[in-house]
Design a protein around this ligand. Structure first.
Ligand SMILES: C[S@@+](CC[C@H](N)C(=O)[O-])C[C@H]1O[C@@H](n2cnc3c(N)ncnc32)[C@H](O)[C@@H]1O
Length: 514
């Protein structure tokens, strides 16, 4: 059950009456919600739920049990120095990879028009070796394509999936018959205009060199519980050490998404010492994606297969604590939710505090105390709704529970509007039928983009007045409040509960669609 830092909440209560007042307020919220619930039930019955969306993407499974992978730590130690080639040659291979991914696995054709600027420390590879390498790359895409395909996930960009028609008896991946799925090469540093392309899939550092992982494996999304075992040095021959081999470690079913750790441990991810780059860092204005199949002016169609009883699975969810900003399950990773929200979503918290639709991160200065007060209010709002028996789920999980697909980045305004309207109807239905509240942070999603996973921010994105808050202690007790401040804070807690609890009111902005 959703159980957000009740302990933190208790620790941070400085005024004895507050808990009592919140309890009274819970009654108010309960009544308002019940009232809305009745109305919504009537609306849902009348709604035409036949509208919907198609957009060739499979929602990502969000909760997978951890797969024991004893080898993970060991594989991190293995190193590759990467193929050495010129910036021009690397660019050619990058484009070759993108073309093969497009032709064989259905990815949109990615391109980048950044200027090619040679680097002194990146001498060209001899032409025969380069041609051999290119042939190897082509072969690895063709072999991988027999087992895997690419699909758009709702929160991680494109991902690598086991083909629906894959017959596991055809190709068994074992240590002795591992599949070559990646190539590693040195790539130019940050001064080079093409540097960003390779941040999509940086592999590991070798001295001062940047190493890029190309090939089909680079479509595999990050997860701390990988279901693939990846080996860098199956052969001691130096050239082969620049290829990456994949074995299966878990029974993979057709349609499953495959994940790898990219050698980032769960611990490193949690303490922030390592992270992957966000799409906005490797896809700049010089980059493009073209997919003629997905660009269509057809109104979105519903994917019927999983929609006979949407939301039903989410009601059965046990032992979760989802962050409604990014969708992460804190319970799974044993994270403290308050700590996670403070450290990963400070920009979103500040935007909520400002109340501005077009809030510019870092523009309005904020004090540590005001920040912690809002954090406390958000945490309280979740606790209150949880105590009232509501399930607060991240808006970005709605695809998973309904079978709707998210849209390609090239989708039209009309398609987005259509899908927003369908998702809004679904969210209302989930609320009236199962007491599920889909939220983006503490707000009702009102735009199609609010149903997509937002990027994480960090303390650095906030313009702090004075010292930034501690990154380990989020208690308000270090910031005593006057009577007046306590009252204002209580009002803000109520406002957060109100935002969340009454978000599906029929008079809400998107209800016009119905
Ligand atoms: C190696 S690539 C994986 C393929 C990638 N999704 C794509 O569309 O090409 C790594 C990038 O995918 C995204 N990504 C991978 N795993 C992710 C995750 N668990 N959550 C969010 N984004 C993820 C990030 O943009 C990251 O920089």
């Amino acid at each position: 059950m959703l159980h957000m830092d009740l302990e933190d909440h208790r620790n941070t209560c400085t005024c004895g009456d507050r808990v009592h007042e919140i309890n009274i307020f819970e009654e108010d919220v309960k009544n308002i919600i019940k009232f809305e619930n009745d109305i919504l039930e009537n609306i849902a019955a009348e709604e035409n739920l036949g509208r919907g969306a198609k957009h060739g993407v499979q929602p990502r499974k969000s909760t997978r049990p951890p797969v024991p992978l004893a080898e993970t730590a060991k594989e991190c130690k293995k190193t590759s120095s990467g193929f050495e080639m010129s910036v021009n040659q690397l660019s050619e291979l990058w484009k070759y990879d993108m073309t093969l991914a497009h032709q064989l696995m259905g990815l949109p054709l990615r391109d980048c028009s950044a200027i090619l600027q040679e680097e002194e420390n990146m001498p060209a590879m001899d032409i025969n070796s380069f041609t051999r390498l290119k042939t190897s790359i082509k072969r690895m895409w063709f072999e991988a394509e027999e087992i895997f395909t690419a699909r758009k996930t709702f929160d991680c960009g494109w991902g690598l999936f086991v083909r629906e028609d894959h017959d596991a008896s055809k190709r068994v991946l074992t240590p002795t018959s591992a599949l070559r799925m990646g190539w590693i090469a040195r790539f130019p540093g940050p001064e080079n205009p093409t540097h960003h392309r390779y941040l999509r899939s940086p592999c590991q550092h070798h001295g001062n060199d940047f190493l890029y992982l190309g090939g089909p494996l680079s479509l595999c999304n990050y997860d701390p519980h990988p279901n693939l075992k990846v080996d860098f040095s199956i052969s001691s021959k130096e050239e082969r050490a620049n290829f990456v081999f994949v074995q299966k470690t878990e029974k993979l079913e057709p349609g499953d998404e495959v994940f790898w750790t990219y050698n980032i441990s769960k611990q490193e991810m949690e303490d922030g010492s390592k992270d992957f780059y966000q799409e906005s860092e490797w896809k700049l204005s010089c980059c493009s994606e073209t997919d003629l199949d997905l660009v269509s002016n057809q109104p979105p169609k519903r994917v019927c297969k999983r929609s006979s009883q949407p939301h039903k699975d989410s009601v059965k969810l046990k032992g979760y604590r989802f962050c409604t900003y990014c969708g992460l399950n804190a319970a799974d990773l044993k994270l403290n939710m308050k700590c996670h929200i403070a450290l990963k979503h400070p920009s979103e918290l500040c935007a909520e505090m400002s109340g501005e639709e077009n809030y510019v991160p870092g523009e309005t200065p904020i004090s540590s105390k005001a920040f912690l007060q809002h954090l406390d209010a958000v945490s309280n709002a979740y606790n209150t709704l949880h105590n009232l028996g509501y399930k607060v789920l991240p808006a970005c999980h709605i695809f998973e529970h309904t079978g709707y697909y998210c849209l390609s980045p090239e989708s039209s305004e009309e398609q987005r509007e259509g899908l927003l309207s369908a998702l809004d109807a679904e969210a209302k239905r989930a609320f009236s039928k199962y007491q599920i509240i889909y939220a983006r942070g503490i707000s009702k999603p009102t735009k199609y983009e609010h149903f997509l996973k937002p990027p994480n921010s960090g303390y650095g994105s906030v313009h702090w007045i004075g010292d930034r808050p501690s990154s380990t202690n989020f208690s308000l007790s270090n910031h005593p409040m006057s009577q007046e401040e306590s009252e204002a804070h209580l009002a803000s807690v109520k406002k957060c509960i109100h935002n969340l609890g009454t978000m599906w009111m029929i008079l809400s902005p998107t209800s016009d669609h119905h």
